[in-house]
Design a protein around this ligand. Sequence first.
Ligand code: FMN
Length: 383
Amino acid sequence: MSQLDSCFNIEDFRRLARKRLPRMIFDYLDGGADDEVTLGRNQSSFSKFQLMPRALRDVGNIDLTTTVLGQKVDLPVLISPTGQNRMFHHTGECAVARAAAKAGTIYALSSVSSTSIEDTASASDGPKWFQIYVWRNRDITKEFMDRCRENGYQALCLTVDLPVHGNRERDLRNHLTFPAAPTAKTIFDVLSHPRWLYDYLTSPAIEISNVTDSPSASFSDRKGLLDYITKQFDPTVNWDDVAWMIEQWDGPFLIKGIVNPEDARRAVEVGAHGIIVSNHGGRQLDFMPPPIEVLPDIVKAVAGRAEILLDSGVRRGTDVIKALALGATAVMIGRPYLYALAAGGEAGVDRMFDLLRAEIMRDMALLGCTKISDLTPEFIHRF
Ligand SMILES: Cc1cc2nc3c(=O)[nH]c(=O)nc-3n(C[C@H](O)[C@H](O)[C@H](O)COP(=O)(O)O)c2cc1C
């Protein structure tokens, strides 16, 4: 039995990822901001919602297909954008994109990915979104949109919870820097994970590929690249910039990182087609509320004028069901697929999708539901 076969849930993948990755890389993946209060609550808040099943319904045939912004998906779990996936496994974004395509779901590529818009597009023919920021240099922003259009990305997803970077103290303690600045501690850490180190040394250098490939970007060297990108995060971005971007893109557009119902209303008014209720997996402002807690108010504020997705803390089939019953069209996951990628590359992410699908199907049957549209607030019982 391989180690992957002994993973039966997301926490098992997490444990395996922790063994396989150098501590500083695992902590970058796993950690959150400040005291990690939001990080913890993202998961624990799901337990405030109980499920109230209906008995004696024919649940012989369960159908998990649904539609997200006009795209049919085979299960209501999408891939949230995460940067630098090749740090976690040398096959990185391409492996995840292929696994998502096999699972019949949407893959969202991060702006700061380690594989470019073009290479990720050719890795699979599955549906893809691109996560974007309003960069200080608007030419880069426009160039990214053009590259997405040329490469068949269906939707843009603008992340709005990162005007500046969150404070992640695990990274500071571990001396995690880009480019790497080895210390005795980090050298020991890496040497203790020979398998990861071998893959790292025998694979092409990890880059922030969309930027290194960009004709609009200008930087001197690898150190200069990070400074350049850090300066590109524009803290002055506001709703006018969002309106500008929606007009430029002229296609399906989502805003990611909203937890306030007023902002959700504003997002609809400015023309967004989708809202991703998210606190960036607890990596930005600590004490932001967990998305599952604010979802009902956001659903009320949006009143059917846009689709609502949710990420941050989704680990179980029951979490997916709760979010959908409370009004989300689908959920998205970040760390779960990164743990699975670190644990076993593409095969790991395949297994994660298989397990999640099986969990959701079993839980739907136990709840007395056969299709996604059956999931309504009547199945939720709050403490
Ligand atoms: C390692 C890591 C990198 C991330 N990078 C990005 C990113 O580049 N852009 C973005 O919008 N969100 C990013 N996120 C946030 C995810 O898109 C998502 O909101 C979050 O992971 C969801 O929470 P979960 O990890 O509990 O599923 C990142 C998250 C992690 C864990």
